[in-house]
Design a protein around this ligand. Structure first.
Ligand code: CO
Length: 621
């Protein structure tokens, strides 16, 4: 096994055992995380086989969160510490148990009856992370703030009918209901539409994707090689899919681009202040764990064509390994035209088709489903995209009266305006470990003697020399983008080789900067951040965002204002998908897409895809 390979079942079980023997916790303690502790970069240069497990436990007996590292070769527990004041993520088992506890509470049952709901087997209660709103009685306690629904008649949608204004508050440490918040009865939405069993359309002819000679990539362990690209596929119960050691083979030499790429955190703040709805702020990565929630993908359904699957190992709260078959999908896709030239004077046509390599995984987090897609293109571009689907979080409202904070999406149902904010982390290595960062801006030059016709566009490149300088937002007026470059590696034209980050759809956070969720997710107030590498800076809202008071992660680290000039640079990009749900998002939302790209910008001396062969004539007109 390679030092960057995710833990397997045997290693997870061993780490759990080691904790039971050496951790000194009570027998009710449970495991938040057992995942690969990645080796330090320097270590990896000389030792590619070291295996360590990062372990985090929550002990209800003490109410404490503990973390440390198990050295698997020696079965030794190292750096075992009480993470003072921190709350572990909410485990899946805990999430389900919290809901069950609430469902059995007589106060909750009575509140359901007030709303005409007496069949409790049809009720779903989800124990969401409570956030941190400065309430004294929640301080230091492990709290879930629940949201509730009634199953639809056809039994295929647990999220159709929201029990609005009703929120059991659960003490997860003691597994008991503290109180039931009831902000007043709102009529339950009427039975709506089933998800399944509709008459399906009949005019679709088969569309087969075949690769008679197989796919063009090779896989050795977790190492992937495709069209000059090389990288390693990784997995973590928190981050989900991780890509390591991304490089491109150019003129026979493997040139590094990124040491590690991941979707490191996400938060979905909802914009409805009424009742208990202000508590809806899901940090799906830091509060629950995207990797824990990956789907097993199905060939021919989730993925079509010549598919290669990577399986993954997660664990339950007892530390027992659980297999995720087909957790990560990899395949090639035709992507239209790569490049084309028609010589007007002799009608000679050259056209090349683009093919991209897609590496993806899909996480189901309650009502929502997120697909995380990574794309590698033959021209050196790296793309990443989120596909959001699933069922919008509908709030019941009195018929005909949606509030000012949402829109009607079905009879009696409104969806609150909200934002899906993702933070991607890129540990850069553009042609080597020492990189610098700059910002590109463009402006119309004033009319002058040298610009008599007013057409001049001024190009300005501003170095972002330190962490406080490298906290930036998009600017359409300046066609702004950012570059990561290596001043020690020059291209054929004497310029430092570089990759540029090309934003796509985005928005700014629309909530008050003093809002508790804004303080806990300070990363979302800048689209672009760059930091000096530190091995323990993996998550932009900090290691333990669950119920955290705020200020951790990027805002805290960057106060040091570390230098970014010819340093090991990490880039963080915030992707904000502003979402006002539509009736067309109901009962299940068609995928909405949001993404961005990294493009080579003087990294190569010319279009690196000139050598892609033209399509074979039998398929070409
Ligand atoms: Co949404």
């Amino acid at each position: 096994m390679h030092a960057l390979d995710p833990l397997n079942d045997i290693e997870i079980a061993q780490a759990a055992n080691c904790l039971h023997e050496q951790g000194g916790l009570s027998n009710t303690a449970w495991f938040e995380t057992i995942a690969l502790q990645e080796p330090l970069k320097e270590e990896l240069k000389t030792n590619t086989s070291r295996r360590e497990a990062f372990v985090c436990c929550y002990d209800p007996a003490s109410g404490q969160t503990w973390d440390g590292v198990v050295e698997l070769a020696t079965n030794k527990l190292k750096n075992w510490r009480h993470a003072v004041g921190m709350q572990a993520r909410i485990g899946i088992d805990e999430f389900i148990m919290g809901g069950d506890v609430a469902k059995a509470d007589p106060r909750f049952i009575a509140a359901c009856a007030l709303r005409g709901v007496t069949d409790m087997s049809k009720v779903l209660v989800e124990s969401w992370a409570a956030g941190n709103f400065g309430y004294k009685q929640e301080e230091g306690e492990r709290i879930a703030y629940c949201h509730c629904w009634v199953q639809n008649e056809s039994g295929d949608n647990p999220y159709e009918r929201n029990l609005a204004n009703l929120h059991p508050v659960v003490d997860l440490r003691r597994m008991k209901v503290i109180r039931v918040d009831d902000f007043g009865v709102v009529p339950l939405p009427p039975e709506g539409t089933p998800i399944k069993g509709k008459n399906t359309r009949k005019d679709l002819k088969p569309l087969e994707i075949t690769q008679p000679e197989g796919a063009s990539f090779t896989v050795e362990g977790k190492l992937v090689k495709w069209q000059n690209w090389e990288f390693r596929v990784g997995f973590h119960v928190r981050d989900g899919l991780i890509l390591h050691e991304i490089g491109y083979r150019d003129k026979g030499k493997l040139r590094p681009i990124m040491y590690r790429a991941s979707m490191a955190e996400m938060v979905v703040p909802y914009g409805d202040p009424r009742g208990g709805n202000y508590r809806r702020n899901a940090f799906d990565t830091g509060e629950y764990g995207i990797g824990q929630l990956l789907d097993s993908l199905a060939l021919g359904c989730d993925c079509v064509g010549d598919i290669f699957y990577f399986d993954a190992w997660r664990h339950d709260w007892h530390g027992k390994p659980q297999h995720i078959k087909n957790a990560i999908c990899m395949h090639e896709e035709d992507f239209g035209t790569l490049w084309k030239f028609t010589n007007t004077y002799d009608y000679d046509v050259t056209v090349k088709r683009s093919r991209r390599l897609v590496v993806s995984s899909v996480a189901t987090i309650g009502n929502y489903v997120y697909g995380f897609f990574w794309y590698f293109y033959q021209d050196g571009t790296i793309g990443t995209e989120v596909k959001a689907t699933g069922i919008p979080f509908g709030t019941a409202h009195p018929l005909g009266k949606p509030s000012q904070y949402g829109g009607a999406i079905a009879h009696g149902v409104e969806a609150s305006v909200h934002q899906h904010v993702f933070s991607y982390r890129f540990d850069m290595a553009v042609d080597g470990p020492r990189n610098s960062v700059s910002e590109m801006n463009f402006a119309a030059e004033p009319m002058s003697e040298t610009n008599p016709h007013g057409n001049a566009i001024a190009i300005s490149e501003t170095p972002l020399r330190s962490e406080l300088e490298a906290q930036r937002n998009m600017d359409l007026n300046a066609a702004r983008y950012w570059k990561v470059k290596n001043t020690e590696s020059l291209n054929a034209y004497g310029e430092p080789v570089s990759y540029k980050l090309v934003p796509g759809i985005n928005a700014v956070p629309l909530l008050h900067p003093d809002a508790p969720v804004a303080k806990r997710a300070g990363f979302m107030f800048k689209h672009f951040w760059a930091t000096a590498f530190a091995a323990d800076e993996l998550y932009p809202a900090g290691q333990y965002p669950n119920q955290h008071a705020g200020g951790d992660g990027l805002p805290r680290w960057t106060k040091a204002d570390r230098s970014l000039e010819q340093k090991d640079v990490v880039v963080w990009y915030t992707l904000n998908y502003h979402h006002m749900s539509r009736p067309e998002d109901w009962p299940v939302q068609p995928c909405v897409y949001a993404g961005f790209h990294w493009m080579p910008s003087g990294f190569f001396d010319e279009n690196p895809a000139m050598d892609v062969p033209s399509p074979t004539p039998k398929h070409c007109c």
